[in-house]
Design a protein around this ligand. Sequence first.
Ligand SMILES: Cc1cc2nc3c(=O)[nH]c(=O)nc-3n(C[C@H](O)[C@H](O)[C@H](O)COP(=O)(O)OP(=O)(O)OC[C@H]3O[C@@H](n4cnc5c(N)ncnc54)[C@H](O)[C@@H]3O)c2cc1C
Length: 534
Amino acid sequence: MSENSYHTIIVGGGIAGLTSAAYLSREGQKVLLVEKNKECGGLVNTFVRDGFHFDAGIRALEDAGIILPMLKELNIPLEIVKSPVSVGVENEILHIENLDSLIKYRDLLTKLYPESEVEIHEIIKIIRKIMKDMDVLYGIENPVFKDLKRDRIFLFKKLLPWLPKFIFTVGRINRMNMPVEDYLEKILKNPSLRDIISQHFFKNTPTFFALSYFSLYLDYFYPKGGTGKLSEALKNKIIECGGEIKTETKIIDVKADERLVKDEKNATYKYDNLIWAADLKTFYKIAEIEGLLPEIQTKFEKSKSKMLNNRGGDSVYTLFLEVDEPLESFKKIANGHFFYTPSKLGLGETHWDELNNLLSNWDKVEREQILAWLDKFTRLNTYEISIPGLKDPELVPGGKSGLIISFLAEYDLFKKIQMSGWYDEFNSELESRILSVISDSVYPMLKDKIITSFSFTPLSIENRVGSSEGAITGWSFQNPVPVINKIQISDRSVLTPIPSIFQAGQWAYSPAGVPMSILTGKLAANKVLKREAT
Ligand SMILES: Cc1cc2nc3c(=O)[nH]c(=O)nc-3n(C[C@H](O)[C@H](O)[C@H](O)COP(=O)(O)OP(=O)(O)OC[C@H]3O[C@@H](n4cnc5c(N)ncnc54)[C@H](O)[C@@H]3O)c2cc1C
């Protein structure tokens, strides 16, 4: 093959692209992974500032029967620790330890909302059933990461007995596809209680996915050194297997007929197969399809219009804190991964209706109105708080702690604020409100101990990983998703209308996240290998 020609080019060095590249280079393919940033990992990334390690994206990993089998199959060693979760509302904090913690969660909710005791029992019963389904779903290593021809014990002793249970469970999952808000409304009368259970999920999250979170809390683990170690380990595997990685290289053009991609400096790279593991709207905007068969062009245009008419799901706002307070002070209160809601009132209409109202009347709205909304939003929201040092003490300078505090955030709000010219001011208002809410409630010792604070908004995410609307798990659930969303046909999620081009990552399948990005990365690699073999 000539210098700039490859069996497979992978665009996007996030966890999906890294997975595809690792598998294909292991198979001896000539592989090029192209990443626009200086470092790979995308939303699975850890950075260091002043000796504090912070996870820029996901705070801890869920195996989901995918990550650990993938590491095992690729023979990648990764030192990991459990990442226990705490859940808290006002002064009630629960450390989730095992399945019995669900009873304690029930008691916590009943203490906060005694008038809803019967309904709480009902919802806990449903969560318990879902946990049983999750045990089936993730009960064995995902077969996509097993060599079924060689591993006959897995095939006969695990996979075949599991399949009927899986099919039955998938049927139940598909029946619980309705938005979690609607589902909870049928069971729980108290709107505050509904919010407390569901407000840290994306709008219209499918019920099964949202209510399965109690299982996922028990599944979280953390790589020593930070979540970014997973990306680093995959990157090293690619290099070890002879794959090529080009960072600081952004692909701006795909000429499908000529099978080449072009970067910002006008360099071109030829491929037999392309895996697009980055933002899908970008792909559909830049791909040129002249010269392809007319039926492929028609299919492509149809897909393009579906994709471009849709939008990414919620994004995230994150506040990073370097704190002059030892880890022990925080350890006494909660685990290093903590979902905390300072008020049992719940967001109510604050998040959606009131915000949408502000956004649709933007030109008439005063700054004071937006700040008043912000005030309420920060007081009533649920925060995901991660303290990397509680999972691995090496991640902070001695006697100090690093905190990562985040919540789901609407991209359009930050975009409009930026266009109105008060982005920096808004950001510092937001930072100081979060700090006062958290230090007036769960972590009072934060008050005078902040060394430095800085934040990432949905616009920072869009800018860093090129993700439409700053989305972190692909498509919004508010419209029908334009990609495959059924686990039993996930195999097809990596196909595009163009036979030599595959897709992987957060945009390829819904609902997405790290395990599904890895799964689609592997599925895309499998399709490439199958195509090469025929
Ligand atoms: C705060 C936070 C919390 C999260 N929590 C969870 C969680 O609890 N559970 C869970 O499962 N998931 C979670 N996620 C989501 C998860 O991290 C992502 O869905 C997943 O990492 C996406 O991986 P990806 O490879 O598909 O995409 P990305 O990570 O977005 O990677 C895409 C890569 O492509 C590169 N790129 C883009 N355009 C180009 C181009 N034109 N040329 C070259 N390179 C390009 C980008 O720079 C990026 O590196 C969270 C994310 C965040 C930010």
